[in-house]
Write a protein that binds this ligand. Structure first.
Ligand SMILES: [Zn+2]
Length: 87
């Protein structure tokens, strides 16, 4: 076995270790569970309606982490608030 062969074998081993580690990392990122949603006690009941100014879709928001949530986005634009309804 000459020096050139040793270098190639070493490079191959390093490459194998690298691929193995990145493979494990990718598997980890795929299998990591999503963080659980906050308990419903921390959510506020809201009643807001939004309309997308671009395509006109409307949606109703009934639950949010706070009483004045930022508007959702649609068509890459912030949606317009139609009617905040406070009970
Ligand atoms: Zn839209």
């Amino acid at each position: 076995m000459d020096v050139g062969t040793v270098i190639w074998v070493g490079a191959g081993v390093l490459m194998g270790v690298f691929l193995w580690k990145t493979g494990i990392g990718m598997l980890r990122s795929l299998t990591t569970p999503l963080p659980p949603p906050p308990p419903t006690g921390e959510l506020r009941k809201v009643n807001m309606r939004y309309r997308c100014g671009v395509c006109g879709v409307e949606l109703k928001l009934t639950m949010a982490p706070d009483e004045d949530p930022p508007p959702p986005r649609h068509c890459l634009e912030d949606m317009d608030i139609i009617a905040p309804i406070y009970d």
